[in-house]
Design a protein around this ligand. Structure first.
Ligand SMILES: Cc1cc2nc3c(=O)[nH]c(=O)nc-3n(C[C@H](O)[C@H](O)[C@H](O)COP(=O)(O)OP(=O)(O)OC[C@H]3O[C@@H](n4cnc5c(N)ncnc54)[C@H](O)[C@@H]3O)c2cc1C
Length: 382
């Protein structure tokens, strides 16, 4: 086992860290406060190759490995978790399934502009009555001409208000249960696709999500991703990778909160000494640092397994479970270390605390990660 990062990994860390310091951190509080989508950051991420990190150069991506993606996600999320998730959805939930399931003509048409940031993507699995129980899809695609007509509603779609392209899961054969789900590539600006108002959220407020309505939306057969009936496999294999990205986002939130709290603890004095020198606070700092490192190692392991082309369902779920719970604990303790200043928007601790919560919910709640981990162990798959 080698814990050294390669020169390529160090280079992507430098690129992402410099971008985060130069462009993201200075506006993170403002875009959170006004729930403003940071279009200028998305454009800059496109120019830096951060929106198609693992996409092969042949399709205009950066051609880096999953560990490079994790490293960049941590750096950007440490500055702003909203910007982190905009990036994560485009990379993990849109470019990744296109890399894996699309044919060359589809890659040329849809993947190329997503990898450069010319277009932005979204992933449409959840519905008002189908979240954890993702197979309970009610959106339907009915054969029509050489394609299908789609009707239904999708819920909580991150990047939904801005997306040009979407990966959609819906039923093509209700009788077959999850084997009756298919996946389509959607032109989000086409007729029959409408967007609801953006959700008013607790955290990651600069990342926008909304409902998406499909009303007699016609797609051609060329928009089918994989074969009819492959949709659940497309969704689950995508989430296996997406969870690595959310683990990295959580890691970034935890590190951002930890660094802010540690800095504050060395500056703030009570009873004649820096609060970092009170044992209660110094032990919090020790626990935070240890737990962040443990979460990072699990996240790097999942990314390395993905890079090696090995099965990583359990390891991705473990990384996401651990990193999201660490992010919540660290952000909560960061607020505590800031005292009253932790409770006001003048300091960043409350934003990290609000942003951390979503990492325990989306791309499978912590309960669902435990279901995945336990069932794989019991079935002898882990
Ligand atoms: C801000 C935000 C952005 C999102 N972005 C996207 C997106 O881009 N695309 C997309 O498709 N979806 C997205 N989602 C949806 C998200 O993935 C779901 O909210 C999540 O999977 C949980 O589903 P649910 O909300 O329906 O909760 P439910 O499934 O109703 O769960 C409610 C509670 O019950 C628990 N529970 C449910 N089933 C079980 C079980 N079998 N065992 C134990 N506990 C259980 C859950 O863990 C949870 O605590 C987003 C959600 C939010 C809030």
């Amino acid at each position: 086992m080698n814990f050294e990062l390669t020169e390529e990994h160090e280079a992507i860390r430098r690129t992402a860290r410099e971008f985060a310091a130069r462009s993201v951190a200075p506006i993170a509080a403002e875009i959170d406060k006004h729930a403003r989508f940071p279009k200028e950051l998305v454009d800059e991420m496109g120019e830096l190759g951060l929106l198609g990190i693992e996409v092969e150069p042949e399709w205009d991506g950066a051609g880096l490995d999953p560990l490079a993606y994790v490293i960049a996600m941590e750096e950007i999320s440490a500055a702003c978790a909203s910007t982190g998730v905009i990036m994560s959805v485009n990379n993990s939930l849109v470019c990744d399934p296109l890399r894996k399931w699309a044919n060359d003509a589809q890659k040329d048409k849809w993947l190329r502009p997503l990898a450069t940031g010319e277009k932005l993507g979204c992933f449409m699995l959840s519905e008002p009555e189908a979240g954890s129980d993702a197979a309970a899809q009610t959106t339907v695609a009915t054969p029509s001409g050489d394609g299908f007509v789609i009707n239904g509603v999708k819920n909580w779609i991150t990047n939904g208000p801005q997306a040009d392209v979407g990966i959609l899961m819906c039923m093509t054969d209700r009788e077959k249960g999850h084997r009756g789900i298919s996946s389509f590539i959607i032109d989000m600006n086409a007729e029959g696709v409408t967007r609801g108002p953006k959700d008013d959220k607790l955290g990651i407020r600069a990342s926008h999500s909304c409902q998406i309505f499909f009303t007699d939306h016609q797609v051609s057969g060329e928009q089918l991703l994989g074969k009819v009936g492959d949709g659940f496999k497309v969704a689950m294999s995508t989430l296996d990778c997406g969870r690595i990205g959310i683990a990295a986002q959580a890691l970034g939130i935890a590190r951002g909160a930890f660094e802010a709290a540690t800095r504050y603890a060395t500056e703030r004095k009570t009873f004649g000494k820096a609060i970092a020198n009170h044992q209660a606070i110094s032990f919090m700092i020790a626990d935070m640092a240890t737990e962040i490192d443990a979460a990072r190692l699990l996240t790097y392991r999942a990314a390395s397994l993905k890079a090696a082309g090995k099965r990583h369902t359990t390891e991705s779920a473990m990384a996401k479970l651990m990193a999201s719970e660490v992010a919540n604990k660290v952000a909560k303790n960061a607020v505590q270390i800031f005292g009253g200043n932790g409770y006001v928007t003048e300091y960043p601790a409350e934003r990290y605390y609000r942003d951390a919560k979503i990492t325990e919910i989306y791309e499978g709640t912590s309960e669902i990660q435990r279901v995945v981990i336990a069932s794989n162990i019991i079935r002898g798959l882990a």
